[in-house]
Design a protein. Structure first.
Length: 266
């Protein structure tokens, strides 16, 4: 596609607003609205399979989703939890598979595990899949580490290991965000959008370079579906926009091409 690379989008005039999809329909619908890059959300992948999120249980489902989306005309970044393994070599192998099916970015979370282990994963991914943009997430604000300076210590280790960008979900204080942006310099800071936190324009003014929506869209979609069903049951017409059947219908695919893709996945 004749546009900026995924890495370039982190250094554009405006921050990269990254919506997170959970299947082909959601990803292509978002891309149709002009989003040049789409991420995946591990919560939705896990929930769809009836598996727990953050438990390294959805490696195959995540790779299958990447296979489905990797050939589409938008940049794809994959939420890979902690890489589905504590072994850096296994994480690197998974990253190599993601890149092979078309992903251009990977999000790796530390879950507040050992700093050196997560740094080793990042270094291994950089070596195995140089074309992947590595977004290193720390869960200090998500889970709480009680160290005070734990966020900076972890992010410094991750960028030294080769992370292209860093992600601090749960951080919503404007002064802390601005201070962290100054500390990171040219390394893009990714913040998770929160309806109760700074707006997108405010985050841009603070210097944030990437704003993720995480599982928000998926959770809102589920909420809207349940609301529509209960409205209909109560005799009310459901509100809100409803795409037509034809708008949602997936583009037809050649049977042989789909078979080849399935064979290469197996």
């Amino acid at each position: 596609m004749a546009q900026r690379t995924f890495a370039d989008l982190h250094h554009a005039d405006e921050p990269l607003l990254l919506p997170n999809a959970w299947d082909h329909a959601s990803a292509t619908a978002l891309a149709a609205q002009g989003f040049r890059a789409v991420g995946t959300t591990s919560l939705a992948v896990a929930a769809a399979a009836g598996l727990p999120d953050g438990a390294a249980a959805t490696r195959e489902q995540t790779l299958r989703l990447a296979l489905t989306l990797g050939s589409e005309p938008f940049h794809l970044s994959v939420d890979a939890e902690g890489g589905f393994s504590d072994d850096p070599d296994e994480v690197a192998g998974f990253a190599r598979e993601l890149h092979a099916v078309g992903a251009v970015g990977i999000n790796l979370e530390d879950g507040l595990g050992p700093v050196d282990r997560h740094a080793a994963k990042i270094a291994a991914v950089r070596a195995a899949a140089p074309g992947l943009f590595v977004n290193a997430r720390t869960d200090t604000h998500w889970l709480g580490d009680g160290e005070g300076d734990g966020t900076i210590r972890r992010l410094d280790a991750y960028r030294q290991a080769g992370a292209h960008g860093v992600f601090v979900p749960g951080l919503t204080d404007a002064r802390e965000i601005a201070s962290l942006v100054r500390h990171l310099g040219d390394v893009p800071l990714n913040i998770l959008y929160s309806p109760t936190g700074p707006s997108v324009p405010h985050l841009a003014d603070l210097g944030v370079r990437r704003i993720s929506l995480g599982s928000l869209l998926y959770r809102r979609a589920l909420g809207a579906a349940v609301e529509a069903a209960t409205d209909i049951r109560a005799g009310r017409a459901p509100g809100g926009p409803t795409p037509t059947y034809e708008e949602i219908r997936a583009p037809s695919r050649e049977a042989d091409g789909a078979a080849d893709a399935t064979a290469s996945f197996g």
